[in-house]
Design a protein around this ligand. Sequence first.
Ligand SMILES: Nc1nc2c(ncn2[C@@H]2O[C@H](COP(=O)(O)OP(=O)(O)OP(=O)(O)O)[C@@H](O)[C@H]2O)c(=O)[nH]1
Ligand SMILES: [Mg+2]
Length: 420
Amino acid sequence: MFIDKVKIYIKSGNGGNGSASLHTEKYVNNGGPDGGDGGKGGDVVFVATSSENTLNAFHYQKHFRAGDGENGGRQRSFGKQGADVVIKVPVGTVVKNSDGQIVCDMFEDGQREVILRGGKGGRGNWHFKTSRRQSPSFAEHGVKTSEYEVTLELKTIADVGLVGFPNVGKSTLLSVVSDAKPKIANYHFTTLSPNLGVVSYRDQTFVMADIPGLIEGASEGAGLGHSFLRHIERTRLLVHVVDISGSEGRDPLDDFQLINNEIFGYDAQLEKLPMLVAANKMDMPDAETNLRRFREKYGDRYTVIPMTTLIHEGTEELIEAIASVLKDLPPAAPLSYAPISLQRELSDDFAVETLADGVFEVTGGLVEMLSRRVNLDDYDSFRYFQRVLRDRGVIAELRKCGAADGSTVIVGDIEFEFVD
Ligand SMILES: Nc1nc2c(ncn2[C@@H]2O[C@H](COP(=O)(O)OP(=O)(O)OP(=O)(O)O)[C@@H](O)[C@H]2O)c(=O)[nH]1
Ligand SMILES: [Mg+2]
């Protein structure tokens, strides 16, 4: 099993409710409001790790929920914050929303992104005490959060991608030049998922990925198909391994053309990547003749390095060539995208809640939007605020819920008297 694309469901924690407690003490009649604030809900956090190469873990767990904030208590005691949920993903994981837009690219080991913020805790009733209202018997509700669906897509990040027909010796090469220990065997599709290895050469180190499963029609989904082509996108250089001896009865020149067609057919941009050719299995009959033919046809465009990977012949030369090309290439960069925030998607909705008789609270994305824009000390700003409430139907909804002249309306940090 190799999973490199998966849908999961995430939810940050709800904010805890504020408390509407009134202080009581023996012999004290009315000690005033002392309800504490609710705790903030936990965040949903993604962390990139290089110790994972697949998204397989998400086959078993698809739902992730951060903890809810606790409600506020008496004596102004704050509710506890909800626990964050931390989701570890392999380096190179791209997080997308349900419309396929990129939320973030988990590009670097240790990178940490808060994808969903926990709901704000509600304020306790002592915040609402005024000279005219000594004992507010209401408190704010915590912000309720919703669940979001996101797609995780692994686009392996490697400096070098090894491509080529099955059974040509890609994994053998990776095992010889890097620290990786891939499975090697004399049949097609031995390797079923991209393997990564770290190669050191003098003062340089680079990551090499063995991209398996490419055959004719791969760009249309044949064989292991499309899914592996995705992992080539982020490499800086390709090494095309061919069985130059044609030991399986195919012509290595055809092999080369065919695999190139699949790669460039998948994404024409990949044609711009530098490509070196590893002409492998030089120990086998016909290899010399084929190498000559290959060089005649492709020698002008490609550096062709003859090798017998099995006995480590030619591998030094290849690594040297790779290192010298990489040195002049710009470093790998994350995808360029305008990050979108999941939580902003529903920024227009609102809800009216009745906190107590004659006290109403408006919640939802609209409120968040307004509270960032409205400055209450400014007359024009307040007019704007009222107009938005009317235009969006908030006033009508308040009326429907029973608001009348003199009712108290709370919108985020703003509190005002309802005038019908
Ligand atoms: N004669 C010869 N055989 C080799 C050479 N390099 C690799 N092989 C053999 O070729 C076979 C395939 O090698 P792998 O490294 O598994 O090939 P692969 O390209 O990773 O194959 P898949 O994972 O199936 O795509 C194995 O039996 C290797 O021992 C070589 O230089 N000469
Ligand atoms: Mg292999």
